[in-house]
Design a protein. Structure first.
Length: 324
């Protein structure tokens, strides 16, 4: 039997981080599939495509000519292949979570779909339209300090840049088109959930608290420097995280795991995505869970079975494509 072809399109750095060589090996040795890198000069016919185009989508939205041309090439290729190709994941579905406003609106729509008594929630947000009216907007919405300020861009490096605003003076660094969301006290614990098709993995990671920021107006940080476990805590972790939590990150309760499993199904259906991650906070006072972020094709660090699960999903999709 001829090998089925699985195409991939992602930047070299992402391909290395996700260990594309191991994916190629598993597909070849266990699933009789050939992994092919796609680019404008090599748009061969394949059965399945897996991609990470969020940075390219953002660059195209910013008007960068090369990115616009590449996205046009990719979209024309998908259109030309029509129903003969399976795509992980459809570009229009990914575009929803590239923008933080449409992402948070989508989280709320998915929350409305959730049938569990303990459903998840979105925090809500304020879009800064006029910098001079931010304090007024906060007051109208009933927001109290501290609050979080984030970029409207939700993916890529820029999507991880954010600020804790501790009082009204902290609003001086806010710019138009920023997103402001309530800060949810959550015992400095973050639940990171990685989804790959019907499979998922939940990890507990350190998160932020405001206890050691007395006297400051704001604190700027990159969220990746908070949640990654290291032998030596980063400066941001020393400033923002509860060190006791850092040193003994607890397991996830069976009850929460059961809920997360259901939430994964709701999000897969509601977002129309198979490869994504999302972050959950549980509010201290109410035990109310909030989904605060969704990322397309994250790094999957800690999801030890990821490469085999991904390859099985791609191979099944390739076989299904052959039968249609």
């Amino acid at each position: 039997m001829a090998k089925r072809k699985v195409g991939y399109w992602m930047r070299a750095g992402k391909a290395k981080r996700i260990n594309i060589k191991l994916i190629e090996q598993i597909l070849r040795e266990q699933h009789n599939c050939e992994l092919v890198e796609l680019d404008p000069s090599n748009m061969v016919e394949v059965s399945v495509v897996v991609h990470k185009l969020t940075d390219l989508l953002f660059d195209a939205q910013q008007g960068k000519l090369e990115a616009i041309q590449q996205m046009k090439c990719i979209e024309e290729y998908f259109e030309r292949m029509g129903g003969r190709i399976k795509i992980f994941d459809p570009i229009p579905n990914i575009q929803v979570i590239v923008d933080r406003i449409s992402m948070m609106d989508a989280i709320q729509r998915c929350s409305n779909m959730c049938q569990l008594e303990r459903k998840f929630y979105s925090t809500g947000y304020i879009l800064v339209k006029e910098r001079e009216r931010v304090a007024e907007q906060l007051q109208q919405r009933g927001y109290t300090f501290p609050v979080m300020c984030k970029s409207r861009v939700a993916q890529g490096s820029q999507g991880h840049d954010m600020s804790l605003l501790l009082n009204e003076r902290g609003l001086s660094g806010v710019t138009e088109n920023n997103i402001i969301v309530p800060f949810v006290p959550h015992n400095a614990v973050l639940y990171k959930v990685f989804v790959c098709g019907a499979h998922h993995k939940t990890l507990v990671r350190p998160s932020i608290t405001v206890e050691r920021l007395a006297g400051q107006d704001s604190y700027n940080f990159h969220s990746d420097t908070v949640s990654k476990l290291k032998n030596v805590p980063s400066r941001v972790q020393q400033d923002l995280c509860c060190m006791e939590t850092m040193n003994k990150v607890s397991d996830v309760s069976e009850e929460l795991l059961d809920h997360i499993s259901h939430w994964c199904d709701v999000l897969r259906t509601g977002l129309g995505l198979s490869l994504f991650g999302y972050d959950v906070l549980v509010e201290e006072a109410t035990n109310k869970p909030y989904i605060i972020d969704v990322n397309y094709m994250p790094g999957y660090a800690g999801f030890n079975e990821f490469h085999h699960v991904l390859c099985e999903m791609l191979a099944e999709a390739a076989q299904s494509s052959d039968l249609e």
